[in-house]
Design a protein around this ligand. Structure first.
Ligand SMILES: [Zn+2]
Ligand SMILES: [Zn+2]
Length: 288
């Protein structure tokens, strides 16, 4: 019997702190004090966005994008991102997406949850009305009894069948489902890719815009739970019937906001079927 499996090994494991190898650096350390699966020195490298400077896109620094006139027409209310897309995050997200290291979804979904909680504070009435940013009044639905903002449904940016085949998973869906589990919110697919659009990272802004127009559509088999959700809130006598439907759209990286804007405009077509406004909020892991 080896020491590790014997009674001494068991005793030692009980008495000493459990050391595991860090998901990023591989060093043996006590993990998870700040973020699951990460040692403290790796967790300290995460460039969190504690206070977004741009109220629209959540960027951590000055933002020329949202000053463009066409930005005002974007179909989503706002974007918030958990971290800055710096060299560290670029490497981690690449490992997660292309290296098929799905375990990164654990620390990433915690970062998203923390950012969602801050969005809630930002959008909940007492703070939002006196806070640093002025949001259009339509964002706050005064008809709701509770003043706390929350999403009604979580969905994600879909990937093409080719990408899904290549990577084996949709990185945004995994994050969205994890987040929904943590927040106990309903989640499901609402969007699909209509054409294969190629890799975004090799394109200019104009090419992206042109390329993404028509790239997304409503998912052919919309999750029946999504419909039930609004049925149960009820039409007719129930005054809540006029509530907007607040959809939280999840993606890994926010670059120009084009993907979020195109997805949001497709989601807004649900307004026709439901006869009530649809508000789309984008929540992304990293903001470039
Ligand atoms: Zn580490
Ligand atoms: Zn901005």
């Amino acid at each position: 019997m080896s020491e590790a499996t014997g009674i001494f090994g068991a005793l030692r494991r009980l008495l000493s702190p459990r050391l595991e190898s860090c998901l990023v650096c591989g060093r043996s350390a006590r993990l998870g004090a700040s973020l699951p699966l990460l040692c403290e020195s790796c967790a300290a490298r995460v460039p969190r966005i504690a206070r977004p400077r741009c109220p629209i896109c959540g960027r951590a620094h000055g933002c020329p994008d949202c000053l463009r006139p066409e930005a005002a027409l974007r179909a989503f209310v706002m974007n918030r991102s958990a971290v800055v897309y710096d060299a560290v995050m670029r490497a981690w997200i690449a490992e997660y997406k292309y290296g098929a290291r799905e375990r990164f979804a654990e620390p990433f979904s915690i970062l998203l949850e923390q950012t969602y909680r801050r969005m809630q504070l930002e959008l909940s009435k007492p703070f939002a009305e006196s806070g640093p940013f002025a949001f259009p009044r339509s964002v706050f639905d005064s008809s709701r009894r509770s003043s706390a903002w929350s999403a009604d449904w979580i969905t994600w940016v879909p990937v093409s069948a080719e990408r899904l085949e290549e990577r084996g998973f949709n990185q945004a869906e995994l994050l969205g489902r994890r987040l929904a589990g943590r927040l106990r919110l309903p989640a499901g697919e609402l969007l699909a890719r209509s054409v294969h659009t190629g890799k975004q990272s090799f394109k200019t802004r104009a090419q992206r815009l042109q390329n993404l127009d028509g790239a997304f559509c409503l998912a052919p088999n919309l999750d029946p739970r999504f419909f039930k959700q609004w049925d149960s809130i009820g039409s007719g006598k129930d005054p809540r019937g006029s509530f907007p439907i607040r959809i939280l759209l999840i993606d890994d990286i926010y670059t120009t906001g084009t993907t979020a804007a195109v997805c949001a405009s497709v989601l807004k077509t649900l307004e026709i079927g439901f006869g009530r406004p649809v508000l789309v909020y984008s929540l992304t892991l990293a903001r470039s």
